[in-house]
Ligand binder design. Structure first.
Ligand SMILES: [Ca+2]
Length: 399
């Protein structure tokens, strides 16, 4: 089934006698296609707004299974499609299971698709698996395996997104978004189911053992279910979504390599604009942000930017190199010229023996006898003074 729409169908049952009443697959009921050696493909199609319910009398057991799609064995592949706003519910039903898809044995693979707004609800809180419910049948395990899929805004009494009933039933998701209302548990019965194949965004922690790349308890940043291009409805990713470029691979490996998203837009794209195109988690690939358009700016006023002052580079405290201690050169001692021994030659003192020099006779009349000694004394005195001054050479007196 390709490029098709299955929408607005409704089934119900009503019995007035004792017995069971069951409704299955309001949109599609697919029975064991593997028997005929092939699977059943749903591609680029929408299964929307189908409802399964029942009318029950007081003595009737009523079960409602698969609002959008009921799979009984075989292999079903869903690609590039939307399964939205289907419902398995009735106020009177004993049990409602699989608002979007009910898998009763067999394998359903889902790629590049959106499961949104599907509901499983029943009287007495017995609605299970808002988007998908899986159980085995007749010894045939039931398997749902999802990749690059967005599961959002589904609701149920147990397992807003997924519910399984036994070890022979499993739901695994990888590189997908599972987002439920605040406080709701997305998964029920999956503690023993593999659950995560990695690189998922979950709004809570109910979906089994986490794997590498999982983001748990995280708001995936989804837009409303809308026509974002392509043939089917999708949840766009807000610019702040943690799913953008977070799938951990540049080749988007679902059950086959996916070169476009659910809408047909190329994937991967460089949604975070870091220069590397990585696949986004979920069915929607955010486009690369537009390159900033340079706006003409008025010629900038040049402000003198002070040149940065050079940060002084830490100089290592130079350890002063030891200056060579000057080699003492033997200072030549001044040669001492031995002082000439002065041997004073004593000039023998001349011993003067004053001799009375006879004064010339002075003829003085009258008083010759009284002037004589006085004149001699004066002459001796005069000579002695001249000798003391050195100016007189005295003649050695004759002997
Ligand atoms: Ca991307």
């Amino acid at each position: 089934m390709t490029d098709s729409v299955v929408s607005g169908n409704h089934i119900t049952c009503s019995v007035s006698s004792t017995g069971a009443c069951s409704t299955q697959g309001a949109g599609l009921w697919i029975y064991s296609f593997v028997v005929y050696g092939t699977g059943f493909d749903i591609r680029s199609s929408s299964i929307e707004g189908n409802t399964a319910g029942c009318q029950r009398t007081s003595t009737t057991s009523c079960q409602v299974s698969g609002g959008g799609l009921y799979v009984a064995g075989g292999t079903v592949a869903i690609t590039d499609s939307a399964i939205a706003e289907n419902e398995a519910s009735s106020a009177q039903s004993l049990e409602s299971r699989g608002g979007g898809i009910f898998v009763a044995g067999g394998t359903v693979t889902v790629d590049n698709s959106t499961l949104s707004g599907n509901v499983a609800a029943a009287e007495g809180n017995r609605g299970y698996g808002g988007a998908i419910y899986v159980e085995p049948i007749g010894g045939v395990p039931g398997i749902a395996d999802l990749a690059y899929t967005t599961i959002a805004a589904n609701a149920a009494d147990w397992g807003a997104a997924f519910a399984v009933t036994s070890r022979d039933a499993s739901i695994s998701v990888k590189r997908s978004i599972t987002a439920s209302a605040a406080g709701a548990e997305s998964c029920w019965g999956m503690a023993e189911s593999t659950g995560s194949g990695g690189f998922n965004v979950f709004t809570d922690t109910s979906c089994g053992v986490p794997a590498a790349g999982d983001q748990l308890g995280v708001d995936p940043g989804l837009g409303d279910l809308a026509d974002n291009g392509g043939a089917t409805l999708t949840h766009g990713l807000l610019a702040t979504s943690p799913a953008i470029d977070a799938a951990g691979e540049a080749v988007c490996a679902g059950h086959a390599n996916l070169t476009t998203d659910q809408r047909g837009f190329p994937r991967p794209a460089d949604g975070d604009g870091d220069g590397t195109a990585v696949c986004d988690i979920g069915a929607y690939e955010a486009e690369a942000p537009p390159a900033p358009t340079p706006t003409a700016t008025a010629s900038p006023t040049l402000t003198a930017t002070p040149s940065p002052s050079a940060t002084p580079s830490a100089t290592a405290n130079a350890t002063p190199s030891w200056t060579a201690t000057p080699t003492r050169t033997a200072s030549p001692f001044p040669s001492v010229t031995p002082a000439a021994t002065h041997t004073p030659t004593r000039t023998p003192a001349v011993v003067l023996t004053p001799t009375a020099t006879p004064f010339p006779a002075v003829g003085l009349a009258g008083s010759r006898g009284s002037w004589q000694p006085l004149l001699a004394l004066a002459a001796a005195l005069s000579w002695a003074l001249a000798a003391a001054a050195g100016g007189v050479t005295r003649k050695e007196p004759r002997r």
